[in-house]
Design a protein around this ligand. Sequence first.
Ligand code: FAQ
Length: 311
Amino acid sequence: EISDEERLFDELIANEQRIEPRDWMPDAYRKTLVRQISQHAHSEIIGMQPEGNWITRAPSLKRKAILMAKVQDEAGHGLYLYSAAQTLGTTRDEMMDQLISGKAKYSSIFNYPTPTWADMGAIGWLVDGAAICNQVPLCRASYGPYGRAMVRVCKEESFHQRQGFEILLTLMQGTEEQRAMAQDAVNRWYWPSLAMFGPPDDQSPNSAQSMKWKIKRFSNDELRQRFVGMLVPQAEILGVTLPDPDLHFDEESGQYVIGEIDWDEFFEVVRGNGPCNAERLEHRRTAHEEGAWVREAAAEYARKQSLKTKA
Ligand code: FAQ
């Protein structure tokens, strides 16, 4: 027997309307949203580190200013997303504890190192490019606060993607050494960026239900496919080679077909055993500890202000 509340929820979903924080929702819907939104927030916050690594060494003042602005945008996206998750009844402290204790997931992609300046280009072009592909459909997610947050986030991501493309384009028009550096960065980020979309559809336990609830609009493989189709012409303009000898255009489906992704590597990274997992968490933990006095001071200030208004 289905309750009136549940019937209303189902109707809202069926009619492409939005679920808002005070609306009734099934526990499992709430749970999967907290899971996805908090993972997304953690990804933005941990994702500041690979690029933060280059702020002090950007090759010009202009590049430094752009990179600082980008990394700040990522912090903003993280805070936005934590706020969206909080509307579902989870506190910021709970989410932060899960992140620094190593229990929470965040995107696999941020566990790879950034040894050269060209990595800033490859991250913008490939990682932000993948993020846009994945996140544009999330602007229509059935949960209001998440969908609305994604609108602004996507606008900023498209600027990030272009600045990455432009870094690579500049390098590709440079010396032989600079071209090699750009190609090397593309070689290292290409496969991990394809894996960002998540496991193949037949190994994606959450996709079917999330699509029924209209949180996700497309499957992991569909979005990955869309992304490759976007990359091929852009790689041609850049003059870089995508490091997949099996990549080819399939006339019948009208789509590019990619080679085999190394899923063992992906699952190892997700389990915490990627090249930088330990370093990323350690850095986050230290920053959290070193920021304790700021949180204490803010709480104390808020306490005194509330005494003043009572008086
Ligand atoms: N890494 O059943 P599914 C950015 C987990 S972009 C780690 O398919 P779902 C911008 C998944 O959580 C990056 N874990 O799961 C930026 C699940 O585990 P669970 C962040 C992954 O949720 C750029 C299990 O595998 N973007 O930050 C990954 O339906 C540059 C089974 O998977 C988002 O989070 C992975 N790559 O689909 C920032 C977008 N993939 O939770 C800085 C929003 C899967 O059951 C610099 N999220 N897993 O324990 C989503 O769209 C979805 O959550 C997916 C996964 C597509 C990521």
